[in-house]
Design a protein around this ligand. Structure first.
Ligand code: TYM
Length: 334
């Protein structure tokens, strides 16, 4: 008999263009995991409502995220690729989990505190319970592995707490979900200005999007912060230089990285050349994805079919879990 595959779940908010951080933190792993696991990947449109209540652009953005995921190599025949709002069971589980989540712990969440600072006039209950909805997404499929970037670590820790709390109170239904990356550690792709991480909305000039055209990529990379170079052999690298090397390791050939590392260590590095090389390697990496995504995005019928098929697979899994949940909770009165 074929061994049952372990379950994987993850999601991306449709709040802007996908960037290199989304790719290396999440989508690259999705593409590899689809060969070995039973995968559920979705566009987190409900989550986006916590910060983007205006839905005018939502359809375009949902289509864009789907198209970009497929352009990166995700195969909708192999995985369930769906839209969060198409699986109503998510909202039901979210409701039950809300009774197990405490105001104090939710208020302490780093992403909540950041959002309160960024949008002080829209501190809604959905924002506070964001990690509860994320937990519902994950455990709805009884997923064990969740491929995400480093910024999602705390949300995953909370998901484990909520799942364990449910199991403890009502009986064992959920496995403990774990943040996952094929390397040793979760990834944080730094921004080009040396401050923080690449992000969908903050400092767009320091973020490389999968939709950037070749010249824009070159311009952004050439503007990355550098200095006049090391004066002592084998000096430690300042953060912004370390970040450029980190980006290079993601897209350039090993011998290229080694050459610039050794130039750095013997103080002969020319940052202009290094950035030119990085820019060309970025262009070679991003442009085929951009072109495929543009093509897929224009095929609305195909995207509709993908969403429908994905939602069907996701609902089948969700329904089975919710049967167990209602039974465990004693919500079966017939
Ligand atoms: P979101 O949309 O902010 O990001 C999507 C994925 O990209 C990763 N990521 C990064 N990784 C490395 N470096 C970066 N600079 C970087 N920026 C973003 C994120 O870690 C994430 O994996 N809350 C989630 C969406 C979500 C979800 C879920 C995730 C909703 N439900 C269930 C997993 C499971 C979010 O806002 O991701």
């Amino acid at each position: 008999m074929e061994k049952k595959k372990e379950i994987v779940m993850s999601g991306i908010r449709p709040t802007g263009f996908l960037h290199l951080g989304n790719y290396f933190g999440a989508v690259r792993n999705y593409v590899r995991m689809q060969e070995e696991f039973e995968c559920y990947f979705m566009v987190a449109d409900l989550h986006s409502l916590t910060t983007h209540p205006d839905t005018k652009e939502l359809k375009t953005n949902v289509h864009r995220v789907l198209a970009e995921n497929i352009a990166c190599g995700l195969d909708p025949e192999k995985v369930a690729l769906y839209c969060q709002s198409h699986v109503y069971e998510t909202s039901e589980l979210y409701l039950y989990l809300n009774m197990l989540a405490y105001k104090g712990e939710l208020e302490k969440t780093v992403t909540f505190k950041d959002k309160v600072r960024q949008h002080p006039d829209n501190v809604n209950a959905g924002l506070l319970t964001y990690p509860v909805l994320q937990t519902a997404d994950i455990i709805l499929h009884r997923a064990k592995y969740v491929p995400v970037g480093k910024d999602q670590e705390q949300h995953l820790e909370m998901a484990r707490n909520f799942a364990n709390r449910f199991n403890h109170r009502y009986g064992e239904v959920f496995p403990e979900p774990m943040a996952f990356n094929y390397g040793d550690e979760l990834i944080k792709v730094p921004s080009l200005d040396g401050a923080g991480k690449m992000s969908k909305s903050i400092n767009q000039y320091a973020t490389l999007y999968l939709s950037d055209d070749d010249n824009l990529i070159r311009k952004k990379v050439m503007k990355a912060k550098t200095d006049s170079g090391p004066t002592e052999p084998n000096s430690p690298k300042p953060d912004y230089i370390e970040n450029i090397f980190l980006l290079m390791k993601l897209v350039s050939a090993t011998d290229v990285v080694e050459k610039f590392e050794s130039d750095y260590n013997n103080c002969t590095v020319r940052y202009g050349d290094l950035k030119k090389q990085l820019a060309e390697d970025m262009v070679a990496f991003i442009s085929p994805i951009r072109e495929r995504a543009e093509h897929i995005r224009n095929d609305e019928k195909y995207l509709r079919d993908v969403m429908e098929k994905g939602a069907e697979k996701a609902r089948t899994s969700a329904k089975a879990t919710m049967e167990l949940v209602r039974q465990a909770m004693g919500l079966n009165y017939f």
